[in-house]
Design a protein around this ligand. Structure first.
Ligand code: C2E
Ligand code: CA
Ligand code: CA
Length: 629
């Protein structure tokens, strides 16, 4: 039971033993003086002082968190010898005093021996290797002493002393068992019998210290089962628990003996592997084991007649003993980040933490932190990209968010919008974007800029926010009139079909009462089925840029574009081709009756005043195609 608690327990006993020896020891000095055995008593007391000094050094040398496995073992050995030495000294004083003539001394010596045995059986109960020899060491001389009395009461006392020895060992055994049990529960997971998080963190800290001492490498694998929650939810927790049991059996079979496997909680497991002198070897073995685990965990499971298929995502972190800046926690975090990378890439795989990911995560965190201030400091502005029709008339604009951060520079929306969505800040950010857009729309109309549609991107999290509909209604009321509200086009993405589609339809219909129209953005990239598409109250679809981009070179994509165009006309939906960059693309789209175009061919998204200038130049050039970039 050599865990942190045992070490700390023994560590705490050292000063107790020192005080228990130094203070009563003075009494023995006095007794020695009174009974003319002063010299041996002084020698004995000097030995007690010397052992105490040794004890103080052992006490000071202890720092659980920075000690390597070897140092901890050495420390434990020393501590054990220190305890033996102390009790041996008490045996010595016993032997010294029982050899004297004074009966008083005998009484005191006998009491000392019994007292020391009781102390040993209580204070050393944490380790059998400590209390058993010590109790025997103390009690056997006493038993022999009683026996040698040679009188009937001596034999009775011998029997009593033997019984007491047995009782003391029995009591210590029972305490020890309880301690072991409590320790097992504190360091193991009740369901799977694997080590738990607490144990793993202690163990891993120890490993780290050893690796640092030797400058070696080791790996850490963080395993998370994919879709385990679905099993729990659909088949019940009993089945889930049994499934975990089988997973653990497979983990144990697959992982080499030298690795430590622990359950961090739920369906998350962690493995720390053996040490390597070279990083490359460590990486290779880590990937080998992970690969085998992935395959093994993917084999089908039979629980209560259910055939279950699950996979796992494994994050790998290489622990370097040469890296002074990292600690146990940061390596575990790396494995965690790597595991989330697998999840983000579609699960069922392995990813090894690397510098590129580290930088990405750092930037992600930085964006997350600064995004909060960006809104307050008015760093988020809007650009507007013109939409033109067949005749080259500017009929609309799409609002696109821009963030120029004083610390990070220009952050593209493709980076900060997803982060705003994850953190929920999109609700606040989206409100700001809506409000600014509404004001622009009104300003433009007042300034004589007549467009037919004004598109605003709406995130799913924003759309489904409980307050979204009333908020939009209120803003429409405040900033727009009916004619202007008819120009609004909310762009949503195909991810809405992954949501509760009935609720989404309800929300869209409510907004339609405020004259708002809807466009399906990035059409063709998601997984929405035609039937879903048909159920949504859409007005427009936007063919994704990727298809337009591929028009120039891939026949397959041409067919895709023409199919989408045909489908839109059957469903009576308007259609916008976005990302139009070349004349060839434009010509192709025009030939196939695409009505609206947006892209760099005409213009990039422009700041408000530049959009106005672009519009005016188009107006003054006789309202024909204006190419501007
Ligand atoms: P999106 O809605 O598909 O926006 C179109 C993106 O394509 C814009 O990128 C635009 O600048 C870019 N683009 C337009 N024409 C061309 C072209 O001809 N060639 C190329 N290569 N690109 C073109 P941007 O502004 O970086 O926005 C990226 C994405 O960020 C948007 O994709 C949208 O999903 C999101 N986003 C931007 N602003 C907002 C916003 O205000 N709210 C929300 N919810 N999302 C936004
Ligand atoms: Ca869009
Ligand atoms: Ca788009």
């Amino acid at each position: 039971m050599k865990d942190k608690r045992l070490y700390s327990f023994l560590h705490r006993q050292i000063p107790v033993f020192i005080v228990l020896s130094l203070v009563p020891g003075l009494g023995y000095l006095l007794l020695g003086w009174l009974n003319e055995v002063l010299m041996p008593a002084i020698v004995w007391y000097l030995l007690i002082i010397a052992t105490s000094i040794w004890g103080v050094r052992i006490y000071r040398n202890f720092d659980f968190n920075t000690m390597s496995e070897q140092r901890r073992d050495r420390w434990y050995q020393q501590c054990t010898w220190f305890m033996y030495a102390f009790f041996l000294l008490w045996v010595l004083i016993f032997l010294l005093y029982v050899r004297q003539d004074s009966t008083n001394l005998h009484y005191i010596a006998i009491f000392t021996e019994i007292g020391a045995s009781v102390v040993a059986s209580t204070l050393l109960a944490s380790d059998r290797r400590l209390y058993r020899p010590t109790i025997l060491l103390l009690m056997i001389p006493l038993i022999i002493y009683f026996f040698l009395v040679g009188e009937w009461y001596g034999y009775i006392l011998t029997a009593f002393a033997c019984t007491l020895t047995w009782v003391l060992i029995y009591a210590a055994n029972s305490t020890n068992q309880l301690l072991m049990q409590a320790n097992y529960q504190a360091t193991h997971d009740a369901l799977t019998g694997l080590h738990n998080r607490q144990y793993f963190i202690d163990h891993f800290q120890k490993r780290m210290n050893t690796l640092k001492e030797r400058g070696e490498f080791a790996f850490l694998l963080l395993i998370d089962l994919d879709h385990f929650k679905t099993v729990n939810d659909s088949l019940g927790h009993d089945v889930g628990d049994q499934l975990l049991g089988i997973v653990v059996t497979r983990l144990r079979q697959q992982v080499p003996e030298s690795c430590v496997v622990a359950r961090l909680g739920g369906d998350e497991f962690i493995i720390s592997g053996s040490s390597f002198a070279e990083r490359a070897d460590c990486e290779r073995v880590a990937l080998d084991i992970s690969g085998q685990l992935i395959l093994k965990l993917k084999e089908s499971y039979v629980v209560d007649q259910h055939h279950i298929h699950i996979s796992a995502s494994i994050g790998v972190s290489i622990i370097s003993g040469r890296d002074a800046n990292h600690n146990a926690n940061s390596f575990m975090k790396e494995a965690d980040i790597a595991m989330y990378e697998v999840k983000a890439k579609g699960r069922d795989g392995v990813f090894m933490f690397n510098e590129e990911l580290s930088q990405r995560v750092e930037r992600h965190l930085e964006i997350e932190r600064l995004l909060h201030f960006a809104l307050a400091n008015d760093e988020i502005t809007l650009h507007y990209q013109p939409q033109l029709n067949h005749e080259g008339r500017i009929i609309g604009a799409e609002t696109l968010a821009r963030w120029v951060s004083p610390t990070l520079g220009t952050v593209p929306p493709a980076q900060f919008i997803p982060i705003a969505e994850q953190t929920g800040l999109i609700v606040e950010l989206g409100t700001h974007i809506l409000e600014t857009s509404f004001k622009t729309l009104r300003e433009w109309r007042d300034g004589g800029i007549e467009i037919e549609q004004f598109s605003i991107n709406i995130s799913m999290r924003q759309l489904t926010h409980y307050n979204f509909v009333p908020l939009v209604e209120e803003m429409v009321q405040r900033h727009l009139d009916e004619a202007l509200s008819r120009k609004l086009m909310f762009e949503v993405t195909e991810s809405i079909v992954a949501e509760d589609i009935d609720r989404v339809i309800l929300i869209m219909n409510r907004l339609k009462e405020s004259n708002i129209r809807f466009s399906m953005d990035d059409f063709g990239t998601g997984y929405s089925s035609l039937s879903n598409l048909n159920r949504l109250p859409l007005d427009e679809i936007k063919i994704d840029r990727a298809f337009i981009d591929a028009l120039t070179h891939q026949d397959g994509d041409r067919a895709m574009v023409t199919t989408i165009l045909k489908m839109a006309s059957i469903l009576k939906l308007s259609i916008v081709a976005e990302g139009v960059e070349t004349e060839a693309q434009l010509e192709f789209l025009k030939q196939h009756d695409c009505p609206i175009f947006q892209g760099y061919y005409y213009s990039q998204p422009l700041p408000k005043d530049q959009f106005v200038a672009y519009y005016r130049s188009w107006q003054s050039s006789g309202a024909s195609v204006a190419v501007f970039s």
